[in-house]
Write a protein that binds this ligand. Structure first.
Ligand SMILES: Cc1cc2nc3c(=O)[nH]c(=O)nc-3n(C[C@H](O)[C@H](O)[C@H](O)COP(=O)(O)OP(=O)(O)OC[C@H]3O[C@@H](n4cnc5c(N)ncnc54)[C@H](O)[C@@H]3O)c2cc1C
Length: 475
């Protein structure tokens, strides 16, 4: 199905002369171009290649994986084999959908959420059939019926998912080019997308002509311009970034340039976990570790403002209402002893030994013999704090504290697509030749994310985009 190269070269040369694009030294041709090698792009590559289409996937980084690789490797779906093996047979896509809509504050693009939940369980089984191992983890409270799995080996990462998909894509014949940055979408005079312009590692440019292009470029948590444009309230709180800062949102610029509509761009997944060491390093503070031992969260007014054991999303919703969007976790020396024995260390990426060392050196965790000193150090109302502590389980000095603010993880909006993953313009019309999948088209999640839904969403829509684009090309 590859296009005939020589006939295209003339057309492309004419096109670039007319459009003002830099003429490329090389012109390639394929059925389907996929931009981005995370869960969405790789899933599309597997499906389209298995269907018989000629596929080129371009990844800007030296390895595939994107945010999927650094994720926790968690996936959620109804009715998959691991849920059934655990004896849970009363789940359904409809119940999953209702959970997702509630957790997304009913801001979800309903068509996208519905199609996702109808296919999420099957996506987990599909990955398992491709060889990915999963463990059922029934301890996620926002799911009314437990349906969360985590990939193995390399628990707590998405490495197994990425490796499985990369192997399957290559086995099916997909051509994967790393260190290739897609910089433009090429359109014809009708506005249909007919290819991409790619910059190779050596700086040379290739024009790749294709019948279909799938954008799977991930989110924009690393792009301050887009964050300031779409989420100024969050940026005003001077948030930390816990997510993958390599996610620069190139896909949004590419799509906007060809007239695509964007939706739900203001929704960013932010955790109430962002702290900074004295040397300026952003860290992820697991405030719940000391809070499980009786530690408390207070605001600058020295008051507790939320149930410390509430779900993350609830704590975040309250955090943003506090002065400067800041809170302080405080615990005493007896609680500190138990914090240092926790299975999950207080600071993500640190060992308990590192936490203990910091309690001595105070590069992050402040140590105070008197509450008045703690209050002064963080500019907290001292009188109110004394009263709050007197009414808590905290009693034994020294007291420990960390300042915490918003921590951005990933983005929840994106390019508007229909539930067949076709990109829509501002009038709701399909932009011919262009699909999008995954975090770059994330509006199905609404205003908040539910554990495990994003990797599954990327796989579901990557598969849909791969199958549909192959159908377009082959039939
Ligand atoms: C720390 C962390 C933990 C998470 N844990 C979970 C979890 O356990 N479960 C869950 O469901 N979700 C989780 N998420 C969210 C989830 O990982 C992502 O939403 C999902 O993996 C996105 O997949 P994707 O394929 O759309 O994008 P990505 O996996 O980010 O892939 C996009 C790829 O496109 C490439 N790219 C971008 N622009 C270009 C360009 N112009 N040219 C070429 N290549 C380009 C990027 O380099 C990247 O490799 C987590 C996120 C983070 C940051």
């Amino acid at each position: 199905m590859k296009r005939h190269l020589s006939s295209i070269v003339l057309a492309v040369v004419a096109l670039f002369v007319l459009s003002g694009f830099a003429a490329a030294a090389e012109v390639w041709s394929t059925d389907i171009v996929i931009v981005g090698g995370g869960a969405a792009g790789l899933s599309a590559a597997v499906e389209a290649s298995q269907a018989g289409a000629d596929v080129m996937l371009f990844e800007k980084l030296p390895i595939v994986g994107g945010s999927t690789m650094v994720s926790g490797g968690g996936m959620s779906g109804a009715g998959h084999r691991f849920q059934l093996a655990a004896g849970i047979t009363n789940d359904s896509p409809e119940i999953h959908l209702q959970d997702m809509l509630r957790e997304g504050y009913y801001e979800n693009d309903l068509r996208l959420a519905k199609r996702f939940t109808e296919n999420a369980g099957a996506a987990i089984d599909w990955l398992a059939d491709l060889g990915c191992q999963f463990e059922f983890q029934p301890n996620y409270q926002e799911h009314t019926i437990q349906r969360f799995v985590r990939s193995h080996p390399y628990p707590g990462t998405g490495i197994a998912i990425v490796q499985t998909l990369e192997k399957a894509a290559k086995d099916a014949g997909a051509n994967i080019y790393t260190n290739h940055l897609v910089t433009e979408l090429i359109t014809d005079t009708s506005g249909a997308v007919i290819g991409v312009q790619v910059t190779k590692k050596d700086g040379s440019i290739v024009n790749v002509m294709a019948d279909r292009v799938i954008l799977a470029t991930g989110g924009f948590v690393g792009n301050d311009e887009l964050l300031n444009r779409f989420a100024p309230e969050i940026m005003a709180m001077n948030p930390k970034v816990a997510g993958d800062t390599r996610l620069q949102g190139e896909g949004f610029y590419l799509a906007e340039k060809v007239g695509a509509s964007l939706e739900n761009m203001q929704f960013i997944k932010v955790y109430p976990t962002g702290s900074t060491t004295k040397s300026g390093q952003d860290v992820y503070t697991r405030f719940y570790v000391p809070c499980l031992e009786g530690g408390i969260l207070v605001n600058r007014e020295g008051k507790r403002f939320v149930d410390e054991k509430a779900a993350f999303a609830r704590i975040y919703d309250e955090l943003v209402k506090q002065t400067d969007g800041r809170m302080f976790v405080i615990f005493d020396s007896k609680q500190a002893e138990r914090v240092l024995q926790a299975d999950t260390p207080f600071i993500l990426g640190w060992s308990n030994e590192q936490v203990a060392k910091d309690m001595e050196e105070n590069t992050l965790i402040g140590r105070f013999d008197r509450i008045a000193d703690l209050a002064a150090a963080y500019n907290i109302d001292a009188e109110a704090l004394e009263e709050t502590i007197a009414n808590s389980e905290l009693s034994t000095a020294p007291f420990y504290s960390v300042e915490i603010g918003p921590n951005m993880m990933f983005t929840l909006g994106g390019i508007r697509i229909d539930d067949d993953a076709r990109v829509l313009d501002v009038n709701g019309q399909v932009i011919q030749g262009l699909y999008a999948a995954g975090e770059v088209a994330g509006a199905g999640h609404g205003g908040n994310y539910m554990s495990g839904n994003y990797v599954a969403y990327a796989v579901v829509y990557g598969r849909i985009a791969g199958i549909n684009s192959a159908n377009d090309v082959l039939n």
